[in-house]
Design a protein around this ligand. Structure first.
Ligand SMILES: C[S@@+](CC[C@H](N)C(=O)[O-])C[C@H]1O[C@@H](n2cnc3c(N)ncnc32)[C@H](O)[C@@H]1O
Length: 337
């Protein structure tokens, strides 16, 4: 038979969404945690997770065939190097991401992708007529899913950020668009003399205190609601923008950066923490994130370091240093020109 070069590989790529969907469902059911202590039969997993036995067997066999679990004789399954990252309680857990990927909000957004490519609108807007932040404002269920994902994935990335950057010489840390405060909580917990400000939209700040309480830093962190397109709290000496600029087009990014530059102390710095797209070609998570921004945000995108440097220059800032972290995100430190 004539070899159909590339056919199987292309078909596999087209159907990759099924691995996403199945992994999300399994993550949501907590199967990886149920396998923490060692291999278990699918019958035990179904009973402990409340899943349908026959469907769970098919899904686990499928995921094992895709290299997500190990399958032993008698439909017994075990964690492997990949699926261990679906456990909830390990630093760097990928479970929050898997849960978000399986959410209705995410699938709705990707369903508008073709329209987005045709029209330049965000895929979520094309599919639902609403932006991500419209949905988050008006739909408490979607807001909870999104804010939990942001907080959980930030909590798991704090260790990586702390391992790359020293906060020892910082006096007042301002987390701009800090969501529920996972970053500021982690930074304050690790630096006992630091004071912090968590700044986000008023409707996010209203429900943001618990992470600061859990970290035991609430007495050193004020929470301020507002709009970063208007102004941000003043007098900090380090302003973090983590996964904020990638939500917005260039003009909006420049406004946010200008407001940070205007508000910060004379010796202040802005720390932009993002996935940075490499200049060279080849597979990189930042390129997936760029598609994700296309799906979810109105005009957001991932950028190369050179593109960030242009935004900084337009806001009266200059890039001083770039700190790579162990998890493929980069912290770009800027100061006033
Ligand atoms: C992608 S999330 C990142 C959250 C957090 N920095 C993190 O990394 O987990 C973007 C954040 O920007 C906030 N945000 C959006 N528009 C805003 C505005 N106009 N003013 C202040 N915060 C805003 C959102 O509420 C959200 O918490």
């Amino acid at each position: 038979m004539q070899r159909m070069a590339g056919f199987s590989e292309m078909r596999q790529l087209i159907c990759g969404f099924s691995v996403s969907a199945a992994t999300s469902a399994i993550a949501e059911l907590g199967v990886a945690d149920l396998l923490s202590a060692g291999p278990r039969s699918v019958a035990e997993l179904a009973q402990a997770s409340g899943a349908d036995l026959s469907v769970l067997r098919r899904v686990m066999r499928f995921l094992a065939s895709e290299g997500v679990f190990e399958q032993h004789e008698g439909d017994v399954f075990a964690l492997n190097e990949r699926s261990q990252w679906l456990k909830a309680d390990i630093p760097g857990s990928l479970r929050p991401r898997a849960s978000f990927v399986g959410s209705a909000l995410n699938w709705t957004a990707w369903s508008g992708f073709l329209d987005s490519v045709r029209t330049g609108r965000s895929a979520l807007q094309a599919a639902s007529g609403r932006t991500l932040f419209d949905v988050v404002k008006s739909d408490p269920g979607a807001a909870a899913t999104f804010n939990r994902f942001m907080a959980d994935q930030t909590a798991t990335s704090v260790e990586a950020i702390l391992s790359a950057i020293s906060f020892a010489d910082v006096r007042a840390f301002v987390d701009v668009g800090g969501g529920r405060g996972a970053l500021v909580a982690g930074v304050l917990r690790a630096n006992a003399s630091l004071r912090g400000t968590l700044f986000d939209l008023p409707e996010v700040i209203v429900s943001a205190g618990s992470l600061l309480d859990q970290a035991g830093v609430a007495d050193r962190c004020r929470m301020v609601g507002g709009d970063f397109f208007e102004a941000v709290p003043s007098d900090g000496d380090l302003y973090a923008l983590k996964f904020v600029l990638h939500d917005w087009p260039d003009a909006e990014c420049i406004r946010i950066l200008q407001n940070c530059a205007r508000a910060m102390a004379a010796d202040g710095r802005v720390l932009v923490i993002e996935h940075v797209v490499p200049e060279h070609g080849g597979s990189h998570f930042a390129r997936f994130m760029d598609m994700n921004m296309l799906a979810l945000t109105a005009g957001g995108r991932e950028r190369t370091q050179a593109e960030f440097a242009q935004l900084f220059a337009a806001a009266g800032l200059k890039l001083r240093r770039a700190f790579p972290t162990p998890i493929d995100i980069v912290a770009l430190e800027c100061v006033s020109v």
